[in-house]
Design a protein around this ligand. Structure first.
Ligand code: 5AD
Ligand code: SF4
Length: 453
């Protein structure tokens, strides 16, 4: 009987990609995926440590998973991702019922580790980078794996087959003062150029219409091939021209590395969608400096102007942290002002939270929780107003969308525009996977309603 695997993923898209890769490798070793934890032989939790709250959630979740172990003592429980990397053996102390703890750089080893692991054997902890003696960048998985087309359970194209992620690089060298990622995911490592192209072709053969390239800082992608320096722009051009690809996206970009050739692609590469996620973090020059971001408000907004000149339809989203150590009321108001000035389409916003090992962790001038919450609430209220205003302006407009699947409301389908707006509409399920035109009929803060045009 095939063994069953249940995976829960927290955190970023890189984790989603990692989980999908793991599922794929496990399928090749004869496992099948289940959506029911109670029938699993192996439960794997892929975790995130970006903010304290995210990391704490994991411990609560592991406590809940323990109950499955009472019902099925041979169940193997494993933790991966950034909390696994950060906590290592400490996780075993807090959750002694775990059999496996594997950092994000060791994911590719799980299928073979699981072969020898039983619920009774001593737990295994692997972290850091795998042994890499010839010093070549180590991909997260072997791209030369026999990627059979039947690996993905897809009778119809499902959402991940239709709009898959593709990790092009791992790690980060930026060491922003608040961020734990460089400590957990290691130094920036670009995957080999032609492996990425190969993987993109496989994804397209399996029905992908839209591919999102992933990395902590995709702009600094570079790969040396026979003396030729291949960069992110070369990669976008190659993938963007693959036949049958309809849409290309990427995330995340650092504003400090944004060459004009990349700005130009938003105009010249037709598959590149009109949306960019460009983390600002703060609108105050003092705070940006303390964060070590390498740009100031003026150079950020100037980049936005250049992007909008090249592509007037470009939607922009961003990440904001409020309450960074030492953030004064004036610093905070400058962030508010920058939101008014740039008018992002949407934002992700967070209260600063201390992370181990980071520079900010040791900074003075920590802001009190209540004050951080006040700043966050006001900021989110302001952005809600801006987003809603933009969404209302779309009512009556015709928008091209990719139909992704059924919406939560029965009878409705959910779709995405090129500029990353979610639009639901009533339509037949045969439309899933196709590109159609909708007329926007209603607007809410996070989505729109439309009808077939
Ligand atoms: N506290 C709060 N938010 C953080 N982020 C990263 N580290 C922290 C932290 N210590 C946010 C940043 C980043 C996003 C992924 O998470 O805004 O862009
Ligand atoms: Fe979370 Fe960052 Fe790790 Fe992604 S890389 S899982 S966001 S800590």
């Amino acid at each position: 009987m095939t063994k069953r695997l249940f995976i829960t993923t927290y955190g970023c898209q890189m984790n989603v990609y990692d989980s999908e890769r793991l599922a794929e490798q496990m399928r090749l070793s004869g496992w099948s995926l289940t959506l029911k934890p109670e029938e699993a032989d192996f439960i794997f939790v892929n975790t995130c440590s970006i903010r304290e709250k995210a990391a704490q959630r994991v411990i609560g979740y592991l406590n809940r998973l323990r109950s499955y172990k009472f019902k099925n003592p041979s169940l193997i429980l494993g933790v991966g991702g950034c909390v696994a990397e950060q906590e290592g053996h400490e996780l075993l102390r807090r959750a002694p019922w775990l059999s496996l703890v594997a950092g994000p750089g060791r994911l590719a080893e799980i299928p073979s580790l699981i072969e020898t692991l039983t619920a009774q054997s001593p737990p295994v902890v692997v972290s850091g980078r795998a042994n890499n003696s010839d010093n070549k960048p180590l991909p997260l998985f072997s791209p030369r794996l026999p990627l059979k087309d039947d690996c993905l359970e897809q009778t119809k194209p499902d959402r991940s087959a239709l709009t898959p992620f593709l990790t092009i690089m791992t790690g980060c060298n930026n060491y922003c003062a608040y961020c734990v990622v460089p400590y957990l995911r290691g130094p920036e490592t670009s995957r080999p150029f032609f492996d990425i192209i190969e993987e993109a072709k496989i994804l397209l053969n399996r029905g992908a219409k839209e591919i999102t390239l992933l990395g902590q800082n995709v702009n600094s992608y570079h790969y040396n091939h026979n003396g030729e320096n291949l960069n992110f722009v070369s990669l976008l051009k190659q993938i963007g021209h693959l036949p049958s690809l309809r849409r290309l996206r990427f995330t995340t970009s650092h504003p400090k590395d944004f060459p004009s050739q990349l700005v130009n692609l938003f105009h010249s590469l037709p598959t590149l969608c009109e949306h960019l996620h460009l983390p600002l973090q703060s609108g105050s020059d003092n705070i940006l400096k303390a964060m070590g971001r390498g740009y100031d408000r003026a150079s950020y907004t100037e980049l936005v102007d250049r992007l909008r000149q090249k592509q007037p339809n470009l939607a922009l989203s961003t990440d904001i942290i409020v309450g960074f150590p030492g953030e004064t009321e004036d610093d905070y108001l400058q962030t508010m002002e920058t939101l008014r000035q740039v008018e992002f389409d949407f934002i992700f916003s967070f209260k600063y939270s201390d992370r181990p090992m980071t520079k900010a962790n040791f900074m003075e001038g920590k802001i009190e929780e209540g004050e951080k919450a006040r700043r966050l609430n006001l900021l989110q209220a302001l952005q809600k107003e801006i987003t809603l205003r933009k969404h209302h302006g779309l009512i009556g407009r015709k928008i091209e969308v990719l139909v992704e699947g059924p919406a939560r409301n029965p009878g409705q389908l959910t779709s995405k525009s090129r500029d990353f707006k979610r639009i639901n509409f009533y339509g037949p399920s045969e439309l899933i996977g196709s590109i159609v035109t909708l007329i926007v009929t209603e607007a809410w803060p996070v989505s729109l309603m439309g009808r077939l045009s």
